[in-house]
Design a protein around this ligand. Structure first.
Ligand SMILES: [Zn+2]
Length: 152
């Protein structure tokens, strides 16, 4: 149901009047198509182009969603940086050239530096009996197979 009726000449309409410097009651004197073209001010009786009464809207632009996206990215970055910082702390002061090339048949000790063909430089942080080692690499720790521990 449409309650707005088409404006016609002679109808009353609110318009901004430059002479009255206010929104006043006007009478429509001319239409262009469906649009009100000219109006006569009922206060000062001046005829002028119709000026619609603008409803001022304050912009309420919020960029919280963008902020959340950035925060998420930072969260990921900080996790990676945390792992890297932890890794650097573990190998701090160690000579990467002293790293032993990783091999499934090699025997490793706690704290040994390992050079892995895929993961790169790592340090043995835990031995997992009987034949596994936990190695911490730059991007995190992994459990790898090694030679069974030697018995004394
Ligand atoms: Zn007026």
């Amino acid at each position: 149901m449409k309650i707005d009726k088409q404006p016609t000449v002679g109808d009353d309409i609110d318009s901004r009047c430059l002479k009255c410097k206010d929104v006043t009651n006007h009478t429509i004197v001319a239409l262009v198509g469906d649009q009100v073209a000219r109006v006569q001010c009922n206060v000062c009786k001046g005829t002028h182009n119709f000026r619609p009464v603008k409803i001022e809207k304050k912009p309420t632009v919020r960029r919280q969603s963008a902020g959340r996206t950035v925060a998420g990215k930072n969260g990921l970055t900080s996790r990676v940086m945390k792992a890297e910082a932890h890794f650097r702390e573990l190998i701090g002061g160690r000579d990467p050239l002293a790293a032993v090339s990783y091999a499934m048949t090699a025997n490793f000790k706690d704290g040994d530096l390992v050079d892995h063909p895929v993961f790169g430089l790592g340090i043995i942080t835990r031995k997992v009996p009987p034949n596994k080692i936990e190695v911490t690499f730059k991007e995190g720790s992994k459990v790898l197979i090694c030679a069974p521990a030697e018995h004394k």
